[in-house]
Design a protein around this ligand. Structure first.
Ligand code: SAM
Length: 216
């Protein structure tokens, strides 16, 4: 895997594009600018890595659009050392962005094939999140509570289990809607029994599976 001048140039253009689309957090922008997204693609498709688009990966899933990755990460408002749970490891790109921001990342993937691939691949880039295979729609109770939870697949509703696994002051970022489009919801857990909700633009994700998803 090589990060050529051409790749670096395309990455700069991508960073300019996500800024133009409204991403402001410098730490998020720097992470997108640093991580070679084409390393997450098959070599023959690497030309597509710096388009601001989602792209198919194995098991019928996708690597999220860079703008979406940046948008969700910005909403999480990560501080170094924060314990973050990601539901939907996919290619491992979003987990790498979270690690670049200094988060202690727990990530869970439903598709065994993707989990097996990413657990071998990410350490070769120097990223060592805690990786699990299973149904993340119920969260990952073993290591809760979390400062932040990010869901990278579209959910029918906000799973109560995820809100419960947040620390007071924690944030859940989750796309909620039908199979065509979802609104990005930010749920702030103010205290054990008080939450605040904000909803943002519409996005289009692959469906969340599992107990609190669309199908088992
Ligand atoms: N974050 C990923 C990345 O950076 O490549 C994007 C992942 S893709 C848009 C969504 C992922 O969520 C898929 O890999 C899918 O298999 C996974 N997924 C769906 N339902 C899940 C569940 N209940 N638990 C864990 N992962 C799930």
């Amino acid at each position: 895997m090589e990060d050529t001048y051409k790749h670096k140039g395309l990455r700069k253009q991508l960073v300019a594009e996500i800024k133009r689309k409204g991403i402001k957090d410098e730490k998020v922008i720097n992470a997108i600018g640093k991580i070679p997204r084409h390393f997450f693609f098959e070599k023959i498709f690497d030309i597509h890595a710096y388009e601001d688009k989602a792209f198919p990966i194995e098991a019928g899933q996708t690597i999220s659009q860079p703008y979406t990755v940046a948008f969700q990460t910005e909403l999480l408002d990560i501080q170094p050392g924060d314990k973050i749970l990601e539901i939907g490891t996919g290619s491992g790109y979003q987990a790498s962005v979270l690690m670049e921001l200094g988060a202690d990342v727990y990530t869970i993937e439903y598709q065994k094939k993707l989990y097996q691939k990413v657990i071998r691949f990410l350490p070769t880039l120097g990223y060592q999140p805690h990786m699990y295979h299973g149904d993340g729609s119920r969260g990952l109770l073993r290591f809760a509570p979390y400062d932040g939870i990010i869901v990278t697949a579209g959910a029918p509703t906000v799973p109560e289990d995820l809100v419960e696994q947040l620390k007071p002051g924690g944030r859940l970022v989750i796309p909620v809607g039908d199979d065509k489009k979802q609104s990005m919801q930010l749920i702030k857990k103010i205290s054990a029994d008080k939450i605040e909700k904000e909803a943002y633009n519409h996005f289009c994700f692959v469906p969340l599976r599992g107990q609190h998803g669309w199908s088992k």
